[in-house]
Design a protein around this ligand. Sequence first.
Ligand code: ADP
Length: 381
Amino acid sequence: MENILNNPDELRKVRAALLNILEDTDDLRRSAVDERNKTTAIIENLTDGVILLNRKKQIEIINSSAVDLFSLDKKTAAGMCFLDLVNRDNANQFRSILIDEDKKRIKSTYREGATAINDLHFEITSVLLKDNEEEKGFLIIFHDVTKEKLIEKMKTEFVSVAAHQLRTPLSAIKWTIQMILDGDSGEINEEQRDLLGKTYLSNERMIVLINDLLNVSRIEEGRLLYNQEISQLEDIVEEIINSSGELIKIKKMNVDYKKPEKLLPKVKVDKEKMGVVIQNLLENAIKYTPESGNIKITIESDNKNVIFKIKDSGVGIPKNQQDRIFTKFFRAENVTRMETDGTGLGLYTTKNIVQAHKGEIWFESEENKGTAFYFTLPINK
Ligand code: ADP
């Protein structure tokens, strides 16, 4: 084979090809640098704080928002171990969210708890970065939700004040109608009695709504107080069933409740709030079950909990809406079509009260067959 070095033509071609390759590589390098600069500019200018950690949990990238959030400067932050960062005085609020103390590792979380630092609230997301199952590091995002929190607080306060203001005139209307119905202001005829009776019921519905709203705003402000005493859940259940007698009779419901033969273990509850829970569940079972339907209530215990169950033969909850049932103001499509009244606040309140007693609440339901709600309360040891 002829030596290429002796062939000026070939040499020229090779040189041209090499120059081309160099030019392409240079272009590629330049566009990679451009891309990197763009990404850095985006991360740098995000209003969310962003921190990228390498496999050794050292800070690889930290943007200005995150630097400000931790009162650091970029130089100190670069390469700093993340555990040292969350151990700083102004950051230990984040520690509990981000560090699994048992396993001494960073947790993966999604928008967890708005934590306050200098009165600021954040939602924190941390994502484990992987490449072919190999851990590459962590991306941690601090999303500032201070404004949303403030608006939420103002909204709750507004509802609370409005509801309080409405309660007094509504009570006045209630007592006035009651007095007229009782004949305190003279005889009334049947038609007047009928009209006043309807007004009385509408007014009662409004009072229920206002009380629901007040309970919700108390829950949200953390002001719903619990006066807990050692109690027998059976007694509370019985009292509520008795007080709903009229409603049960009107709808001709068959309510099956047999008091357990042996006394159940005692529970520590706020009797009034637990009454609200049982009343909500019973009223729903009556409301969402057609006339002459069946309702079965049982209370049992295992070695940890007392378990309450209420099962109805009603309209059920559509499968595709079941995950929203405990959210505020939510009412399933099948019941809004039935024109029953309701606020969608009962189960939200119920769940909060049960959870405040360290219990759990859940349900099973099938449309047009029925629904069973369960809740547990820890036994008082
Ligand atoms: P409300 O009864 O005022 O609408 P709740 O918060 O008590 O509000 O209940 C929320 C929704 O859950 C109801 O609107 C209804 O769609 C559904 N639901 C609750 N209990 C039952 C039940 N026993 N049977 C069928 N649907 C129910």
